[in-house]
Design a protein around this ligand. Structure first.
Ligand code: HEC
Length: 128
C-alpha cells in the first residue's frame, strides 16, 4: 500500500509536470496577446485573423489569413517573431507588413504569437 501511494504520488507529479510543459510551450500569454492583436493587427488582418480587416481592401498583396492553419502551421514561431519584429521585407515579403519592433516589446510579440497559435489558427508549428 505504501509503495502504491509513492507510485501514485510520483505519477501525479510526473503528469503534472508534463501538462505544465505542454501549456508552457508558448512563451507568451494569449489573453494579453489578444489586446495587442486588436490594437495593432486587426485593422489589416481582420478581427478573426482572416486577412479581411477594414484596411485590407486597399492593400496589395492582401494581409495574410492567419486563421488558415494550412499556412500558419507551416511557419515557426521564430519566423512569426521575425516578421512581426522586423516587418515583411525581413522575410522577403511586402513592406505593407510593417515592422512592429519599435512599438511592441519582446513580451508583446510573444503574447501576440501565443494568441495567433491558440485562438486564431488554433494550430502549432508542424514540421513537414
Ligand atoms: C497595415 C496593414 C497591416 C498591419 C497593421 C499588420 N499587418 Fe501583418 N501583414 C500585412 C500584409 C499586407 C501582409 C502580407 C505580406 C505579403 O504577403 O507580402 C502581412 C503578413 C503578415 C504575416 C505573414 C507572414 C508570412 O510568412 O506570410 C504575419 C505573421 C503577420 N502579418 C502578422 C501581423 C501581426 C501580428 C500584426 C500586428 C502586430 C500585423 N501583422 C499587422 C499587413 C498588415
Amino acid at each position: 500500500m505504501k509503495s502504491f501511494i509513492l507510485f501514485a504520488t510520483v505519477m501525479v507529479l510526473f503528469l503534472g509536470i508534463g501538462v505544465n510543459t505542454i501549456l508552457a510551450a508558448e512563451k507568451g500569454d494569449a489573453a494579453k496577446g489578444k489586446t495587442v492583436y486588436d490594437n495593432y493587427c486587426a485593422a489589416c488582418h481582420g478581427p478573426e485573423g482572416k486577412g479581411d480587416g477594414v484596411a485590407a481592401q486597399a492593400l496589395d498583396p492582401k494581409p495574410r489569413d492567419l486563421s488558415d492553419a494550412a499556412f500558419t502551421s507551416t511557419v515557426t514561431n521564430e519566423h512569426l517573431y521575425k516578421v512581426i519584429d522586423e516587418g515583411g521585407p525581413a522575410v522577403g515579403l511586402s513592406p505593407l507588413m510593417a515592422s512592429w519592433g519599435g512599438m511592441l516589446s519582446e513580451a508583446d510579440i510573444n503574447d501576440v504569437i501565443a494568441f495567433i497559435r491558440q485562438d486564431v489558427c488554433k494550430c502549432k508549428y508542424e514540421k513537414k
